[in-house]
Design a protein around this ligand. Structure first.
Ligand code: 6PG
Length: 509
């Protein structure tokens, strides 16, 4: 029933969405606050294949943009692809007067779920639906099919679902679309936030493994690329997107393709990777975004998420490059050294297993956060379906992990702790020694392993029956009369719900 769509934002994601929707037969109106973006897509559309001719119209005036949809006499459908927070509020403020009952806005940005919920409430009296939808896979997927996680009014999402199913990525094995109704409120954006938290854990683990091979084992980029290819061919890391593109990055020489402007072209054929600085910033002002929100949420909802968190702290440290450079002179910490390895093949297998354990830990943390939030908020999110939509199109796609988790999560919809799943605990157990070995060897050689070591600790402390916190509890009772539970007491150990009544007067006044 949807014949037209208004895309807000003509950046790389919005432009690609415009082409994709035009390809699906929709008339696309597109507006951007930056006029040069509108010129760019208008130019591209006019030069493009016949199928896009007249299907994509760029607007510099937002009222004319909205009118182009209004004049059709149909309910208006919008797709926002702009920066979260104020920019989204600003644009909503500009179009609000022209919104009518039945209009639908999909917000495909990475928005904080509480803001999504606020906008849903704001638009409710107008009869307008605001759907917070995660869109994953970057601009390539935005053109060819992303992974989508829409959340909000169920009936409205169901109405648009046939279109989204056509647009979304498809699972290579089953052909199933990588989109589903996630749940009410801000659940769609919440699931995308957790996807991005997991993405952080995977990205950090991958770059740590890359550096262990490059700096520790002295392997060339091409050799490392072959290892990544090998890992992603079979076993537990099979068809892992980040490893696949990692292989591509390792092999990529500077050719005439470059960025099309001459930069990135090197007749001598150096590696593109050599041009890349170690500085990863968050967004323009480095202040907020999905990785930060996922850490906040793990803390707020009492879900352990150390791999996700430390991945982001590494990123923060990387972004503060000028400070790092100054501090390096003062601290004088040794640089990563070469590892003495007798059997390189065996070591690489140990590293593969460690990477898998850390990937799986990241998945556990992200999924447990979704489970917790879903229970708290009453969203009823189906974790099996989350795995389904992450099977293609998105950044964390990892076929072997999905194959393992999806059937179990589809059966056990109540599960809160992924480590209680037999297959997960088996794999964490079986790869524990490898993870430990890599952390030990890397620590000796001063390699950077924030995520690998956080995953090791996570696996350890999440499964311990007696943590050093015994002493922490005593200290807190000493200085603050926090009170403690006693070992072996029914109701207090195990399955303690409340703090026990016991307080010891360590230092009578
Ligand atoms: C995706 C990505 C994407 C994300 C960027 C980095 O699923 O396609 O998660 O949405 O925005 O990869 O974003 P940050 O700089 O905010 O982490």
């Amino acid at each position: 029933q949807w014949k037209a769509i208004g895309v807000v934002g003509a950046g790389s994601m919005g432009s690609m969405m415009a082409f994709a929707f035009a390809e699906l037969g929709l008339d696309v109106s597109i507006w951007d606050v930056a006029e040069q973006n509108v010129d760019k897509i208008t130019g591209l559309a006019s030069k493009s294949e016949q199928q896009f001719k007249g299907k994509i119209t760029g607007y510099k005036n937002i009222d004319e943009f909205v009118k182009s949809l209004q004049d059709r006499g149909e309910r208006k459908l919008f797709m926002f692809s702009i920066t979260h927070g104020e920019p989204a509020d600003f644009v909503l403020g500009m179009i609000k007067k022209n919104l009518r009952k039945g209009d639908v806005i999909f917000d495909g940005g990475n928005e904080y779920y509480r803001r999504t919920e606020r906008r849903q409430q704001e638009l409710k009296p107008l009869g307008v639906s605001w759907i917070g939808m995660g869109v994953s896979g970057g601009y390539q997927s935005a053109r060819r099919g992303p992974s989508l996680s829409p959340g909000g009014d169920k009936q409205i999402v169901q109405e648009v679902l046939p279109l989204l199913e056509l647009y979304s990525a498809k699972d290579k094995k089953t052909g199933k679309p990588c989109v589903t109704y996630i749940g009410p409120g801000g659940s769609g954006h919440y699931v995308k936030m957790c996807h991005n938290g997991i993405e952080g854990g995977l990205l950090s683990t991958t770059c740590e493994a890359w550096a262990i091979m490059h700096k520790g084992l002295g392997m060339s980029y091409d050799e490392i690329g072959d290892v990544f290819t090998n890992w992603s061919k079979h076993g537990e890391l099979r068809n892992n997107f980040l490893l696949e593109i990692g292989a591509d990055i390792c092999h990529r020489k500077k050719t005439a393709q470059g960025d099309g402007k001459g930069e990135g072209v090197d007749p001598a054929g150096g590696y593109v990777l050599d041009d890349v600085l170690d500085k990863v910033v968050q967004d323009d002002d480095n202040t907020e975004g999905t990785p930060l929100w996922s850490i906040m949420e793990t803390a707020l909802r009492h879900v352990s998420g150390p791999t996700l968190a430390t991945a982001h702290y590494l990123r923060i440290a990387s972004g503060n490059r000028s400070q790092r450079v100054r501090i390096s002179k003062k601290l004088d910490i040794p640089e990563p050294k070469t590892l003495q390895v007798k059997d390189k093949k065996a070591f690489l297998e140990t590293l593969r297993r460690a990477v898998y354990a850390s990937f799986l830990s990241s998945y556990c943390q992200g999924l447990e956060l979704i489970a917790r939030a879903s229970a708290d908020e009453g969203w009823g999110v189906d974790l099996g379906k989350c795995i389904q939509i992450w099977r293609a199109g998105c950044i964390i796609q990892s076929e072997a992990i999905a194959d393992m988790l999806q059937p179990i999560l589809a059966q056990d919809v109540q599960i809160m702790n992924m480590k209680l799943i037999d297959e997960v605990s088996r794999d964490l157990h079986n790869n524990y020694d490898s993870l430990k070995e890599i952390v030990l060897r890397s620590t000796e050689s001063d390699a950077y392993i924030p995520s690998l070591s956080a995953s090791l600790e996570y696996v350890k402390y999440e499964s311990s029956t007696m943590l050093p916190t015994q002493f922490m509890e005593a200290e807190m009772d000493y200085f603050g009369a926090h009170a403690y539970n006693k070992a072996g007491k029914p109701g207090e150990d195990p399955g303690v719900v409340q703090k026990g009544p016991h307080h010891y007067e360590w230092k009578p006044a």
